[in-house]
Design a protein around this ligand. Structure first.
Ligand code: MHF
Ligand code: KIV
Ligand code: MG
Length: 267
């Protein structure tokens, strides 16, 4: 692992990890200092998540986050990254039509330095269009935080058989349209495992159990410094460690060895 640490990872490297059964590690990052530590430890993917609206800006949802802010934070991260693959979230209402989606995704790649953009929901036309333009896209299904005021609560999704089937169909559709990766958030572990097995693209889970190809957590949750209560599926990795780098290393190793997430972090 260590001798490769400075070689930049491509989407092919990440997909190869899935094919070979090597778990993929991912953490959110919003600034240069944390990004440098995460990158140094060997985490595979840096996600510049719109969760920054909650953990950095102090809002109760991700909805207020703007594209300018996402570009700024993505720049902070991409300037120092040496190895990890960088995914940046498209914020709320920045992909509600095809022109906006293309322009805003281009901002994240060109000005921000991201390698891939992530957008929430089965946005079929949007994903197809972005992929046609040569923009790498990560899907995001299950709990969609940008739809919190429709959902009513940050709760587990896909529990009913119909909802589970729709998630499987949507995941398949996103892969067919050319999405290069998929995030599954807060879905039953058995369903996430099934979807991960059905797809060839890497599936990264958060609150989605051990059966996914990789795991992502919000950095501040695993460092136990969130302003909001840590979600049940997350884990305090500072326990037993004196510094951030050790805690992030512990997370990285726990993901790679499939020790995390345990049943107590799954639905
Ligand atoms: N700090 C932070 N961590 C996250 O994981 C996260 C964010 N922010 N912001 C964007 C979304 C929102 N997410 C969340 C936020 C809260 C819960 C949560 O509190 N869940 C409760 C159960 C709630 C219910 O069932 O009604 C839990 O106890 O885990 C889950 C996912 C995941 N993402
Ligand atoms: C929780 C992850 C998947 C995310 O979208 C974010 O950090 O914004
Ligand atoms: Mg997000």
């Amino acid at each position: 692992m260590n001798q490769l640490i400075d070689k930049p990872l491509s989407i092919n490297d990440i997909t190869t990890m899935k094919r070979k059964g090597e778990k993929i590690s991912c953490l959110t990052a919003y600034d240069a200092s944390f990004a440098a530590v995460i990158d140094k430890v060997g985490i595979d993917i840096l996600l510049v998540g719109d969760s920054l609206g909650m953990v950095v800006q102090g809002y109760g949802t991700t909805i207020p986050v703007t594209i300018e802010q996402m570009v700024y934070h993505t720049q902070c991260v991409s300037r120092v990254r040496k190895r990890a693959y960088i995914i940046a979230d498209m914020p709320f209402m920045t992909y509600s039509n095809l022109d906006d989606a293309a322009r805003n995704a281009a901002q994240l790649l060109q000005a921000g330095g991201a390698h891939m953009v992530k957008l929430e929901g089965a946005r079929v036309d949007c994903v197809r269009f972005l992929v046609e333009q040569g923009i790498p896209v990560c899907g995001h299904l299950g709990l969609l935080p940008q739809s919190i005021h429709q959902l009513g609560a940050y709760s587990v999704q896909g529990k009913e058989p119909e909802a589970a089937q729709k998630l499987r169909d949507d995941a398949q559709k996103l892969q067919e349209l050319g999405a290069g990766m998929l995030v599954l958030e807060c879905v039953p572990a058995a369903l996430a495992k099934q979807i991960s097995a059905e797809l060839t693209i890497p599936v990264i889970g958060i609150g989605a159990g051990i059966g996914c190809d990789g795991q992502v957590l919000v950095l501040y949750d695993m460092l136990n410094i969130g302003v909001n209560k840590r979600p049940r599926f997350s884990k305090n990795f500072m326990t037993g460690f004196k510094c951030v780098e050790e805690a992030i290393t512990a997370y990285h190793l726990a993901v790679k060895s499939a020790e995390f997430p345990g049943l107590e972090h799954s639905f």
